[in-house]
Design a protein around this ligand. Structure first.
Ligand code: GTP
Ligand code: SPV
Ligand code: MN
Length: 590
């Protein structure tokens, strides 16, 4: 156990409220994994998959009403409503604790409460944060063991009186009307109840490493961002690191472990994966921005992942992986839409019902074997492209920051911001179509600043100010870019092939960082000059490339009006610099 008196006291207090039958402290050993899996299988919480084909892999289904983050049930509980800002749901801490307490009360009767000490970032690093999650879900424990550094060594790092985030989770009765995901930045506390789905319950991830950490970062002078981090090794052997913020299910995992396309292979690029979802960044003694990935695993979208779209992910998930809400095949393996191999003749779908290809629902729509937000949880250490700097407490130096969203129209394939302040404007006005990673109307375009709309743990206006301030503190701030892999033609087909081919855009970005790729200055920023993107081996008509890079002034003028309206919601807490950017942009367009 631990010599940390406050930790022990808190565990006792929470146990008094939730009333578990037993309390088990997670030590992080391999023996523990075997034991927990055995228990979970015996209870029917998970299934063991075919161990010959998928060694160390297990299968889990969440409740059908619990398959994505529930943003409308997610709250930032600050003393004053104004401090949560207009983009967060708010509840007073008093009301939030009281409402949740009612649901937590006796929620663990007949269950075990697991105590998971975990570290976000290398154990013992000055820049890491420690959390302790109490949960009644073995599935959560097994996931946390992959996604974070857990166990005794974390308790040792915590010592007798170290600071930690208090994370409490109970599935309770999985009732969506009794589901709450509550953040108390002032108390360094997270309470989540009534869910068993990933981002709602793996409290180290979105809750701690983004919502609480963004708040801490603001106060301590660093940044917690919804970003992948990757290294691109050029033919000379130099590695340039970039961080990219795309909203949920918009391509971070895919980009983070990209393989060069055939046509560019002979150039000899190599990609090194640092992280696929979260970046913690700070200014180091050299005045540059350095990033670490606080996680140790991937919680990736399964559908669409196959050996052509993402070979490295397929290699990563061949063993020791948890599959959630995918199709279970008759031989104990897994499958999902647009996955590898032939479509199985039959299986059990994500809701546990018999499934055959071609089955239709009452509306005549195809019944999917896997939920669109089905996920795999796999150790980053199994990724063939893993960077050797994962355990480096300094992390990696960032040369470029990329923003991107899913926009069928408007945003070109790539453009570069004029400078940091303009880049912050580009990030702040990002928008994207809603995906299956969150509840709500799919496809609807919404503003998603820096891909942080659901994850910023404080007032978004203050967050923009923090970004501006970070830029002014850096000796050489990263260049900022915007990409859009999802522009469509009149028939709704993607204009850009995406996936591996995205390296062509990254190459242009790196060359811009080095100052030699040619660009054209436009009102929105710098776009690639004709022929400045290497298209060797990619048969894309010039006219399509022109469409991909085209800028419609009329549409952008309309867009600016929307930017302004969005900015106005932040009132006096919007940095004046962003309205200035808005005005300057309008002037450039007219
Ligand atoms: P979260 O884990 O929810 O944060 O998502 P993510 O940003 O890591 O997204 P991911 O890489 O898992 O991709 C989500 C979906 O986008 C998958 O269905 C991919 O197949 C698809 N996708 C990824 N990259 C591209 C691309 O370049 N072009 C197109 N058209 N689709 C892509
Ligand atoms: C996301 O939705 O951005 C994810 C998955 O990465 S979850 O952990 O569920 O939030
Ligand atoms: Mn994410």
């Amino acid at each position: 156990m631990t010599a940390h008196a406050a930790l022990k006291r808190w565990v006792q207090e929470m146990a008094k409220m939730c009333h578990p039958d037993t309390i088990v402290w997670i030590d992080g050993t391999p023996e523990e994994k075997a034991r927990l899996e055995g228990e979970a299988i015996a209870k029917g919480e998970v299934l063991r998959l075919n161990q010959e084909k998928l060694p160390g892999c297990i299968y889990h289904r969440t409740a059908p009403n619990d398959v994505a983050r529930t943003e409308h049930l997610t709250y930032v509980c600050t003393g004053r409503r104004a401090d949560a800002g207009p983009t967060n749901n708010w509840m007073s801490p008093k009301e939030a604790y009281a409402r949740a307490r009612e649901i937590f009360e006796n929620s663990m009767v007949g269950r075990t409460m697991y105590v998971i000490p975990f570290s976000m970032g290398p154990v013992g690093s000055e820049f890491s944060k420690i959390g302790v999650e109490l949960t009644d879900s073995i599935y959560v424990v097994l996931n946390m063991r992959i996604m974070t550094r857990t166990g005794t060594r974390v308790l040792e790092a915590l010592g007798r009186d170290g600071a930690f985030t208090k994370c409490l989770h109970s599935k309770a009765d999985l009732n969506i009307d009794r589901r709450l995901i509550l953040h108390f930045p002032g108390d360094n506390t997270i309470w989540s109840v009534g869910s068993g789905y990933g981002g709602n319950v793996l409290l180290g991830k979105k809750c701690l490493a983004l919502r609480i950490a963004s708040y801490l970062g603001k106060h301590e002078g660093w940044m917690a961002e919804h970003m992948l981090v990757m290294g691109i090794e050029d033919p000379s052997g130099r590695i340039c690191y970039i961080a990219a913020a795309f909203p949920s299910a918009c391509g971070k995992t895919n980009l983070a472990m990209l393989l060069p396309p055939e046509g560019l292979k002979k150039k000899g690029y190599r990609i090194w994966t640092v992280g696929d979802d979260i970046a913690w960044m700070r200014i180091d003694t050299d005045g540059s921005l350095w990033a670490v990935n606080p996680e140790t695993g991937f919680f990736g979208v399964a559908p669409g992942t196959n050996s052509i779209s993402n070979k490295n992910a397929m290699e990563t998930i061949r063993k020791n992986t948890i599959f959630t809400n995918v199709l279970l095949t008759m031989d104990g393996t897994v499958w999902w839409e647009d996955g590898d191999g032939p479509v199985p003749d039959e299986g059990i779908d994500w809701q546990g019902r018999p499934w055959r290809p071609g089955m239709k629902d009452e509306k005549g729509e195809a019944i999917k074997g896997a939920h669109a937000n089905a996920r795999f949880t796999a150790p980053i250490a199994q990724c063939p492209s893993i960077s050797n700097r994962i355990e480096q407490h300094h992390g990696v130096p960032i040369s470029a920051i990329i923003f991107g969203g899913r926009r069928a129209r408007l945003a070109p394939l790539v453009y570069e911001a004029f400078n940091w302040q303009h880049g912050v404007y580009v990030g702040a006005t990002m928008a994207s179509e809603r995906t299956a990673a969150q509840y709500g109307r799919q496809g609807e375009v919404r503003r998603d600043p820096m891909a942080m709309l659901p994850f910023c743990g404080y007032h978004m206006g203050d967050y923009f100010r923090h970004w501006l301030k970070m830029g002014s503190r850096m000796k050489k701030p990263p260049k900022i870019f915007h990409v859009n892999w999802f522009r469509q033609d009149e028939n709704g087909s993607f204009l850009w092939p995406g996936y591996r081919e995205n390296l062509r855009v990254l190459e242009w970005i790196m060359d811009r960082v080095d100052g030699f790729a040619e660009a054209v200055k436009t009102p929105i920023g710098y776009i690639p000059a004709p022929n400045s993107i290497d298209m060797t081996g990619l048969d894309l008509p010039v006219s399509v490339m022109e469409k991909l890079l085209s800028i419609d002034r009329g549409e952008w003028l309309q867009e600016i009006e929307d930017h302004k309206k969005f900015f106005e919601t932040f009132g006096s807490r919007l940095p004046k610099e962003l309205m200035d950017e808005c005005r300057a942009f309008k002037k450039r367009l007219s």
